[in-house]
Design a protein around this ligand. Sequence first.
Ligand code: ZN
Length: 240
Amino acid sequence: MRGLGFLAVTTSALSPLCMAAGDRRLRDGAALKFFWGPMDCGKSTLALQMHYNHSRQGRAGLVLTRNDRSHAARVTTRIGLAHEAIEVTDELNLVELVRQRWAAGERLDYVICDEACFYTVAQVEQMADLVDVHDVDVFAFGLATDFRAELFPASRRLFELADEVSRLQVEVLCWCGRLGQLNARVVAGVVAREGEQVVIGDTSSGTADVRYQVLCRRHYRAGDLGPARQGGAPPDGEVD
Ligand SMILES: [Zn+2]
């Protein structure tokens, strides 16, 4: 887990934990933190780094995800890290999940929620319950906006409820060199403007006709995919 120094996140995100109280609760109390950014900005990498850091402090946690690029119950990252995870469904109650683990004798101090943009709003409320009622830290990671540049409902709720919101600072560039800001859905070589909010791009086939590309606002609004990509065969399409 070395070599992650390029993750120029706000220092609070990766700084050593404050001293744990005798019951392993943080003295400052549990917190709900939301880390957001466009695709490819290292959200899943940071999620696993957080899990690693907290584990090293002797704390125990769960890793959850939804619609990971691997199409499996795992958190995977472009730079090769991977970790088993619980796949979140609409029906999953996060509070019940933690309470069941506790009832079975497992210790849990925190929950990592990767791809939280795809969770339900009710599950974001459950994250707040975990923090406020059960003193469990929740670290959520996800996209802010969908392919229409509109907030995902869960992400909106996280912005409203989180104790801390951090925009990940790893720069993702548009083809033009400007800061990549928006996640364009590219269908058959064209930037889509309408459709289902969640469509997972095919990550396994080079002939997939749905993929995602990070663009600056100017080129997102113009629908300009750049000289190399326009109408060309999509290399892959992934959701980070
Ligand atoms: Zn651009």
